[in-house]
Design a protein around this ligand. Sequence first.
Ligand code: ASP
Ligand code: MG
Length: 415
Amino acid sequence: MALIVQKYGGTSVGTTERIEHVARKIKAFRDNGDDLVVVVSAMSGETNRLLELAEAVHPHARGRELDVLLSTGEQVTIALLSMALARLGCPARSYTGSQVHILTDSEFNKARIRTIEQDRIRGDLGKGRVVVVAGFQGVDEHGNITTLGRGGSDTTAVALAAALKADECQIYTDVDGVYTTDPRVVSDARRLDRITFEEMLEMASLGSKVLQIRSVEFAGKYNVPLRVLSTFIEGPGTLITFEDENMEDALISGIAFSRDEGQLTVTGVPDHPGVAYKIIGAVSALNIEVDMIVQNVGADGLTDFTFTVHRNDYERAMEGLREAANELNAREVRGDTRIAKVSLVGVGMRSHAGIASKMFEALGREGVNILMISTSEIKISVIIQEKYLELAVRALHDAFELAGPPEERIDSART
Ligand code: ASP
Ligand code: MG
């Protein structure tokens, strides 16, 4: 008998039929003898609908009242799911974040979980009940409702699993696991049986939106075995875990990519101390996160800088950069938003040389020009022109032989 925390995302509970389907799945686990704590998201589209309502009455609605509003989405699904379970003869109790006492800080709209009280949950489990908890929400020390930021139900689930020392935290979604890359781009992308927390973090932050990044960090920190599976297709999913010997032979686990990049360049700036700070500092001061940074080798006392930011921040970053460039008497400022980032991710890189050259060879063969390169211990990223993105991802997927054997190939599991 195991204690399992399960989380069902918005599409998994998007209609009453789907909620009934989820209830049947949960009942099967119960019949098998497992103790279950189930976290649910709002029905798909609901959080967006609530945000639109808020926007209609106040264009900049945020803070406390927004959280009162947004938390209602999940309250609907916990009630419906518990009713559906009751109908199947499976006793269940629903709780909002505040009822089950998920204590957070007071940062409305992006609160962080501090502690979770276990008594109530343990009491219900002891009575054979399924405990159904609203994801994405908590309560601060003053009794205010808080929410955890978009996608926050994943974090609720992981935090509950950590607090209860659950045997596994299972995230049910509309894909049947984590893939070597997006199956919509590479049709023979393969589902990974396992991936490490570190790799998953890189994949997630690079734009594979299977899990909220914070939930992966949390799971890694508290060593919660995390599994991503499909609500609709039976299968083992992908286990996210610590590195072990079995993983050693895989050089590359996956290819992540993102179109959300903008590239900014300033040329002809003085090549002396403090200049990098002036340039990047001007952008950071606007609260914009800078991703890749490249500085050229100086010539004639001058040098060039190129860096990338999230595409949404591009215009603002450009303004900041122009000001800094003026002050520095720079030659020219230019930028491009038609770029994309492609990254190879794998813990196997640590112990193997030649991955970068193989990557560049594959891109060169396809005539894909590399604009920027950055590396970390388990990742190599390149910036390329956006129009070559799909070509580049396919070429790399082939070059590193990431495709699965035919029987493993699964058509995009999206519904
Ligand atoms: N309902 C929230 C959202 O759409 C939280 C979640 O689904 O994880 O972001
Ligand atoms: Mg989600």
